[in-house]
Write a protein that binds this ligand. Sequence first.
Ligand SMILES: Cc1cc2nc3c(=O)[nH]c(=O)nc-3n(C[C@H](O)[C@H](O)[C@H](O)COP(=O)(O)OP(=O)(O)OC[C@H]3O[C@@H](n4cnc5c(N)ncnc54)[C@H](O)[C@@H]3O)c2cc1C
Length: 514
Amino acid sequence: MEPIRSICIVGGGTAGWLTAGILAARHGAGSGVDITLVESETIGIIGVGEGTWPTMRSTLKKMGISETDFFRECNASFKHGAKFARWVTGQESDFYYHPLMLPEGFPGLDLAPFWMKYSAERRDAPSFSDAVCFQEAVCESGLAPKLITTPEYAGVANYAYHLDAGRFAVFLRDHCVGKLGIRHIVDDVTEVVKSGTGDIDSVQTRNHGRIGGDLFIDCSGFRSLLLGEAMGVPFVDRSDVLFIDRALAIQVPYEDPQSAITPYTVSTAQKHGWIWDIGLQSRRGVGYVFSSNHTTSEAALEELRTYIGDGHRDLQPREIKIACGHRRAFWKGNCVAVGLAGGFLEPLEASALVLIELSADLISTMLPATRATLPILAKRYNQTTQYRWDRIIDFLKLHYILSQRTDSSFWIDNRDPGSIPDSLKEQLELWRYRAPGDPDFMSNCEMFPAASYQYVLFGMGFRMNADQQPPERLFGSAQRAFAQNETLKTRWTKTLPKNRELIDKIRDLGLQKI
Ligand SMILES: Cc1cc2nc3c(=O)[nH]c(=O)nc-3n(C[C@H](O)[C@H](O)[C@H](O)COP(=O)(O)OP(=O)(O)OC[C@H]3O[C@@H](n4cnc5c(N)ncnc54)[C@H](O)[C@@H]3O)c2cc1C
């Protein structure tokens, strides 16, 4: 019945430091729980992972971080969502948005059937996201989601961040060590020492001896040193569903230091995958994720170079191998994996950092605990986390199966029914007759809300059966909601500052503390 008093985290990437910070914010100094983080100086962090979800705002706030400091230290910028270019037909004009705000009136009022009827009648009808959410217009104008007078972490529009992964890890480290009392050891773990029960007793380091703990959190990256190697939890390959297995990542400087900063992630479909383009303060982070079963690294590099333009031929990308999948269990005995040590799919929709935040949050709410209750916690944690991974897989796959591209076997293979999870097939069958709604997502562990499915489905040209007429009694409410969206578009495109302008002001003046 001994209580969990000491937690040892192995790994100082974003997963390690976010987990440490989230745990310490809740169970820090004075709570009787000691947290130690050990990270290697020689094994670097992955150094990519620059797109986040709005959850990062509450995570940073909870950890007691000033949003102004975050902007000053992490090369950060505002993100309204993602723009998907060339995913549907591959044409130059083909794009849609997945904004971070719910459609006007949602979920009480579902505008999808009204928009569908309107867009079937009028060729000049706006896109779904433009008709129901003012954020697309704000994005197209390159604007920030708030004003300099809006306090820290509050927004006019819902927003997330783009950030420099390397700087973010250092920023979190300094905060966790300096303000939250995390013990930090820089050393290599050379051995994981197990006890007679099969639990982890301690980790052996090169220069600091053994580090013990009641609970071990594996944030050691792709290698999964504790959960995978020491605890023997096998890897479940999900590349039968999602085909991306390589990334070419490159940092592109702005031609002019005052260039506009794009306030959304641009994801442009290519012949054998897609390119992410993330605008930070001093540079863009760009990368091509592709399937090595469908093209070579050399051909992918040419596609990437065409995308970034001739002016940057001197820049050398970094190639990263991606094993698409996750561990069969995420928590075994007294060891739980967070971040890449638990698995990774691909960067589409930036679902990895949010999963780290949610996982760390879940671990933190499960404490205090005793060693005797660990099996119960492990069971619950594994059920929740597995559910989350499955829902992310469904949502990512949705982007590929709705594409009409036929220019390569990558896109054609992605639509092979054998590669589509049954859970997603079932949803699509239902959505032929009605738009995705909250009843389709009943768990309190959902990752993507029904509105996200609506944005992607209708953005990618999916249409419900035309016989389904919107309810007549709601026509008035729908008209008012569409009109309200137009009013908000006019108001905010006139009022919000440019993304760079606001970030410069934040750096100079700071945001008001809440
Ligand atoms: C191409 C690509 C693009 C991505 N884009 C996004 C995105 O836009 N948004 C998003 O949310 N996520 C993204 N991700 C995922 C994101 O990068 C990771 O989830 C995140 O960075 C967390 O990584 P990590 O901390 O788990 O691992 P790492 O950064 O690899 O850190 C591992 C740590 O473990 C330590 N370590 C390893 N072995 C030892 C040892 N023996 N002893 C001591 N320490 C050790 C290392 O020193 C390091 O500190 C992307 C991933 C890839 C591959």
